[in-house]
Design a protein around this ligand. Structure first.
Ligand SMILES: [Mg+2]
Length: 188
């Protein structure tokens, strides 16, 4: 039941994720959340995050911002980073993820979503069997709507993290499902 909110992978910050992390999993495109994943409430971007973005861009892995926030904020951050973005993505609904994959010309088993929220980024990605990576929120301050969801998210993460088996199962279930969807897509 709660497993739909569990990520396939969990790490502290985006800069922990080296290029090999993606290539080993045959991931060709990264969908990434903005608020509290790349930037804090005040729109500060950490130096290691900026370097990571540049590194990813040079590596040939595609990257696209996927945010529920408004056009102005997404465009402003997109311009600063030199990365295209989708605003009002309505995560966890499917349509934002689907437009992002269409934009990148990639299938679900070829992309991952990185974000700081279980109920939007992770749940949304899991619904489409996209590889999901949870990172710690970069700053404690959230926009008001997120603030209410945090205690429950923290509770679910505690349940998840104390069980290594569950984490391993999540990784395996993605591998199995991806192999199946890849086969179906290759046939068509
Ligand atoms: Mg966020």
């Amino acid at each position: 039941m709660l497993e739909r909110f569990f990520p396939n992978y969990y790490t502290d910050k985006v800069s922990d994720l080296k290029t090999e992390f993606f290539t080993e999993r045959k991931i060709k495109g990264i969908l990434i959340d903005i608020d509290n994943t790349l930037i804090d409430y005040y729109e500060n971007i950490a130096e290691d995050t900026l370097q990571w973005i540049e590194h990813i861009k040079k590596s040939g892995i595609k990257i696209l911002l996927l945010s529920n926030n408004n056009k102005d904020r997404v465009n402003r951050i997109g311009n600063r980073l030199g990365v295209e973005g989708i605003y009002y993505a309505a995560k966890p609904r499917r349509r934002g993820f689907v437009s992002a994959m269409e934009k990148m010309h990639l299938k679900n088993h070829e992309v991952c979503i990185i974000g700081d929220q279980l109920f939007t980024d992770i749940y949304g990605g899991n619904r489409l069997n996209i590889f999901t990576v949870l990172v710690k929120q970069v700053h404690e301050r959230d926009i008001w709507i997120t603030k209410f969801k945090r205690p429950l998210e923290k509770h679910i993460m505690r349940l998840f993290l104390k069980n290594d088996d569950k984490m391993a199962k999540r990784r395996d279930s993605w591998k199995e499902k991806s192999a199946i969807s890849k086969k179906i897509q290759e046939k068509n």
